[in-house]
Ligand binder design. Structure first.
Ligand code: KG4
Ligand code: ZN
Length: 347
């Protein structure tokens, strides 16, 4: 049994299956993780160079109930003791989302507990609450993952305004594509991050795109093409490619744009707190450059530990706490929405 549970504590069982991680977690009061089980399918998808949706769904079906049982066991809590069941219902791969959603709906129906459907990006943002007790809105959050690159103005725990976004590739997608071109493997972000530590970020001057139209939008497809052209040019001339230098230079180009736009968005919106979220938020160069820029501008900076940056259910439990507190719950007819808009948790 969950020991020392106080009567006012809100305990949430959360489920996340939007992509290739099957995850379940038990979170207390939106801030304290009792368990966070993450079963990654990365080794299965690696050989295809990316996530194969059909395989992801089938793996989620196999793993979802064992992962949920493990999350409850590790938290020493019985299903009847939880106050609500939270689940990601979009955006993501529809087949993958449906597995977690069906499991969560089944548990909510069987136990009579409220169901809280959560937007995946709202979850990534809420990951910051799990380790930073002092963080409260308003803040500017850079959400950079394999599918998204957003600058979000978080004015309240449940009020989000996207004030910048990618016009083409997401930052993580660019990392994955360049890693593939370099033959490094999948997922590319951590592999490029590791290679870049051995390289010179000034070795190759790759382009940084800035829009002078009053937005804080991103574009990474030109950078991706510039790196591919550079690699092809080297190959045609029979010249050796210095992989660490290419990784460091590419990574610096991405980081410079992410940092510049995020800090500028905070300055322009008169916000003094910056948070990072999503898989790319675990990038070591992004963290250190953003910290330097935040310090220079007298801003506070927050970021989750790497395991909470990539997909996990604890972040869904954190977001669900704030939705539940304001009475925002979902019906049992909640459906998966692959292209769900931010700010629409609970349906
Ligand atoms: O948030 P996430 O787990 O899944 C999505 O919602 O997309 O993010 C996965 C992405 C992948 O593109 C991966 O290459 C990238 O995050 N990533 C990184 C790092 N770790 C993961 N990118 C740059 N540096 C890293 N250290
Ligand atoms: Zn994600």
């Amino acid at each position: 049994m969950l020991t020392n549970k106080k009567s006012e504590d809100i305990v949430i069982l959360a489920v996340e299956t939007s992509c290739d991680e099957t995850s379940a977690a038990v979170v207390v009061n939106g801030r304290h993780i009792k368990s966070n089980i993450i079963s990654s399918q990365v080794d299965i998808h690696k050989k295809f160079g990316g996530v194969v949706p059909e395989i992801a769904s089938r793996k989620h079906v196999e793993l979802i109930m064992p992962v949920i049982s493990q999350a409850l066991d590790e938290a020493s809590i019985k299903l009847e003791q939880v106050d609500a069941i939270a689940v990601t219902y979009g955006p993501g791969l529809v087949g993958a989302l449906l597995v977690g959603l069906s499991a969560a709906k089944g548990l909510a129906f069987a136990t009579g507990k409220p169901l809280v459907g959560i937007h995946h990006i709202e979850g990534h943002i809420a990951a910051n609450y799990l380790e930073n007790d002092v963080l409260e809105p308003p803040f500017i959050c850079l959400v950079a993952s394999g599918g998204h690159s957003h600058i979000v103005h978080v004015s309240d725990h449940h009020s989000f305004r996207i004030i910048g976004q990618t016009r083409d590739d997401a930052a993580g997608e660019a990392f994955d594509k360049i890693a593939r071109a370099l033959g490094l493997g999948y997922p590319g972000g951590p592999l490029i991050d590791a290679e870049a530590r051995k390289g010179d970020p000034r070795a190759v001057d790759f382009p940084r795109v800035h829009f002078n139209d009053g937005t804080w939008d991103f574009s990474f497809s030109g950078l991706k093409t510039a790196v591919l052209n550079y690699l092809n040019g080297k190959e045609q001339k029979g010249e050796a490619i210095n992989i660490p230098d290419v990784c460091a230079s590419f990574q610096q180009a991405v980081v410079d744009v992410l940092v510049n736009n995020t800090i500028q968005a905070a300055v322009d919106n008169d916000v003094r707190r910056i948070a990072l979220a999503g898989g790319v938020a675990s990038n070591s160069q992004l963290r250190s450059c953003m910290k330097e820029a935040a310090d220079r501008n007298s801003m506070e900076m927050f970021y989750p530990s790497p395991v909470l940056c990539t997909d996990n259910a604890a972040m869904i439990g954190a977001a669900a706490y704030y939705e539940l507190k304001r009475g925002n719950v979902s019906g049992l007819d909640l459906n998966a929405v692959p292209s769900l808009k931010l700010g629409t948790s609970c349906g």
